[in-house]
Design a protein around this ligand. Structure first.
Ligand SMILES: [Zn+2]
Length: 139
């Protein structure tokens, strides 16, 4: 048996040796902040709604203007969902994997999908909401 000396700083956040063996910022992805995680979860929830509403009328996914490539990327619903889940799990976005040979006519933007869903929502709830002050503006 070998008695290890007890580290007096073990578990102490003020441990003066903490961070000395920091592998570096690039070694591990930064986990998502709570706010970012919440955003992704909301996107996933929105995606479910958009797919349910738009897929039946022939929309196959969303088109996203890529800031890196400066060109639109077309994502099928499943691909979008996979990307968001990947982001949620790994903290890293997985972009630049657009659908193969997409037909632009079958893809809409987030804004279009959001507006469409809002329109459907308004239609469904027409007459049931009598407080105009609850409207929220996006951006
Ligand atoms: Zn891109």
């Amino acid at each position: 048996m070998h008695d290890e000396p007890i580290d007096p700083f073990n578990g102490d956040p003020a441990d003066p040796t903490a961070g000395l063996d920091d592998p570096g910022d690039d070694a591990t992805p930064d986990p998502l902040t709570d706010v970012e995680r919440q955003d992704v979860l909301e996107d996933l929830a929105d995606l479910e709604i958009y797919q349910a509403l738009l897929a039946p009328i022939g929309v196959r996914g969303l088109v996203i203007e890529c800031e890196d490539c400066r060109e639109p990327h077309y994502f099928d619903w499943d691909l979008l969902r996979g990307n968001l889940r990947h982001l949620l799990n790994s903290g890293r976005p997985r972009v630049h994997e657009p659908a193969y040979d997409p037909d632009p006519d079958h893809y809409v933007t987030w804004d279009y999908a959001r507006g469409y869903a809002d329109g459907v929502h308004d239609t469904l709830t027409e007459g049931t909401e009598d407080d105009p002050g609850t409207a929220t503006s996006a951006d």
